[in-house]
Write a protein that binds this ligand. Structure first.
Ligand SMILES: C[S@@+](CC[C@H](N)C(=O)[O-])C[C@H]1O[C@@H](n2cnc3c(N)ncnc32)[C@H](O)[C@@H]1O
Length: 244
């Protein structure tokens, strides 16, 4: 629904489509996966620890009206804003530290796009739910789990609740204990789950980065395919090479 540092919008089509009618994003951010696969038939539950990000979702889901969206002001390059919803449109991890931002042409353009997305899609997310809290507060139910935590490498350090606060061995065990279908995102080098390559991303100055994925089918899909056995997975402490 909005621009956000680390959002998956540009690559979301590379992830498996959800096989359950309930999607849970326990590290919500801008919730690209739920938004991409949204339909009135899908129940969506977001969990987000950053109070300011969760407040955007509370506003969009419970409070914002189409009339209010239409009156959201444009932003002009050069002006200053202290609105967190504006600041995150700079799409930089610095945004989490800024109290005020000077609007750049890129930020103004991103905000313009989000204003249009809000106006067009607001009514489609009114049945979603948001919990402001820790990922461990998610209900223990069968669902499609799209798990996109702050990455364990450098890029995960920018968030207000950053990778430095996450115990990745504990996260791995939590991920594996989810009921249903599991899609877990990470960057190259992460080894707390048996990740496999998903896609190479082209960045600035010819640099590339690799996205990796851990995927486990839910029983629903296995039933459809007549396969119910799943081999166990062993978790290694971070830093130790995983030999799967
Ligand atoms: C990589 S971003 C998610 C991006 C999202 N998939 C998207 O497409 O916009 C990770 C999010 O997890 C949140 N987060 C960090 N620690 C958390 C925790 N312990 N519980 C819940 N959310 C957390 C961060 O605030 C951030 O918004």
């Amino acid at each position: 629904m909005f621009y956000y540092y680390g959002r998956k919008k540009q690559i979301i089509r590379h992830y498996p489509v959800p096989n359950y009618d309930v999607i849970i994003e326990p590290f919500a951010g801008a919730a690209s996966y739920s938004f991409h696969h949204n339909s009135i038939a899908k129940q969506v539950l977001l969990i987000e620890k950053d109070e300011k990000v969760a407040a955007i979702w509370t506003w969009l889901i419970h409070d914002a009206t189409e009339r209010e969206i239409q009156t959201l002001p444009e932003l002009q390059p050069g002006e200053k804003s202290s609105e967190f919803l504006h600041i995150i449109h700079a799409v930089t991890k610095m945004a989490f530290a800024f109290k005020t931002i000077k609007v750049t042409p890129v930020l103004a353009r991103n905000w313009e796009i989000s204003r249009r997305v809000f106006a067009k899609h607001l009514h489609e997310i009114k049945h979603w739910e948001i919990i402001c809290g820790d990922f461990t507060e998610a209900p223990d139910i069968e669902a499609t789990w799209f798990i996109d935590p702050p990455y364990s490498g450098e890029s995960g350090r920018g968030y207000r609740y950053s990778s430095t606060l996450i115990d990745y061995t504990m996260l791995a065990n939590w991920v594996l204990s989810r009921k249903g279908e599991i899609i877990c995102c990470e960057g190259e080098g992460a080894n707390y789950l048996p990740f496999t390559p998903l896609i190479d991303l082209k960045g600035v100055a010819g640099k590339t980065s690799k996205e990796v994925i851990f995927y486990r089918q839910g029983k629903q899909r296995q039933r459809q395919q007549g396969r119910l056995f799943e081999p166990p997975i062993q978790i290694f402490p971070p830093g130790e090479p995983a030999t799967y």
